[in-house]
Design a binder for this molecule. Sequence first.
Ligand code: ZN
Length: 489
Amino acid sequence: MAEDVINSLTVYTVLTQLLQEVQSILSKLLAVQPVTNIAYQQDSKCVNGVGGPVPIPNEFITNGQTSDLLILITARPSASVATTANCYKDRNSNRPISAHVNLDPNFFFKMSSYTDQIGTLLHEITHALGFSSEFYDGFISANTVFKTMKSFTDASGVATSKTINFLKTPRLISALQTHFGCNVTVPGAELEEGGSPGTAGSHFEKRIFYGELMTGSKATGVSFSVSSLTLSFLEDTGWYQANYTYIVPGSTPLLWGKNTGCNLIFNRCEDWNVGGSLSESYFCTDRTRTRCTFNLLSKGFCQLRTYDTNLGYYEHISTNPNIGGIDSLMDYCPYMNPVSFSGCRGSGSGEPFEVYGGNSACWDSNLVTSRALKSVDARCLEYACDANTTTLRVRVGNTWLDCPQNQSFLNITTGFEPGYNGYIACPTNGYNILCDRTLRVPLAPTTPFTTTQLPTSQGTTRAPRTPSTASTKYTYTIVLIALVMHALL
Ligand SMILES: [Zn+2]
């Protein structure tokens, strides 16, 4: 359609800026073991991507490839925002060395947020780096996937089952246990079983890893998280070393499920029971009330849909088997969706004493300043963090109150201006969620591959790199070369 057409100059300009930023991010985030003799045959092409073959440009055939990863970019109309197809792997290490990324011009270039575009590109390039089912068998450390059947009997008595895959590489398992605070043996990081063939198996399960960079679709109302899960997985390929302390601009810490124990890993969402009895952040059944979202930054609403048939394996509300959440990649688990992107830090309405702005967070509460008590829903109120005593505080009127970590209720009845009545629920782990913005818990600074020498490549087409001082094996020199082949208009 005419209104969907964007010209190739726009594509080129946007891409140049985005790719410079993405290249800068990756060069700080990952070190790679260089391959020293990337040479392509004449007429080499990437053939598996959207819209047919893309030739490797002649300069890389004649002169060799001096970058660690060659990304060929097209802007062809397609069914999804962005798609990545692997092209060539290094014949010794199996490491991917080139890929074709297609960015749909009708979706990608019209994304409202620069951060979303960066997140999408990082997601696609992470597929190209090895996060894709086609690579799992080729890692330096093999035996990476655990498969199991999960069964469920729905309210009508019908049993259904699904095959579920888990990535069980060692550092990823360690990162997983650390993130959730789950210290028992785990099968691995569950992979997405839903979505298209390109989605299933090549993403983290969104129900468990909501917000993580490598889930199959973006989380609502939160920016992407480049978590220790993705970084440790990339290290487990044996091809990269990650810098856990580098914070990607625009990213947010992974908070979904953080320190909630083993429930999200092992249980169905209706049995998660996290966040205490008051919170419905992670699993909700009542669309009539607002409650706080999991990151405590926004009022949320329980988004439910009534389906024509019962949801079978994805049935979560046994009393209403046709009702479930709206997102198939969340396995139809209903949870609190933010009412607006900016949440309590933006603007909104509510009780007269509520405070919106950069210092505000969401509190489940029935607090009122009128005499008529109300049922519990969400309130935006200012908060503060005391790092010395690791205490979360909330301001009511002119009074700052300490909020314990264990979801106790603060009764607001005496010592306040006349009219205040009700309570505020202090969220479980509230201090950790709102105050501890540590991006990742770094793993021990070793990799299981330090003693493994890759076979040395024969033949040379380019000079070897100068090793970095930090490591003689890996260098922080991921170089991406972007080529806009053409925008189909
Ligand atoms: Zn993807």
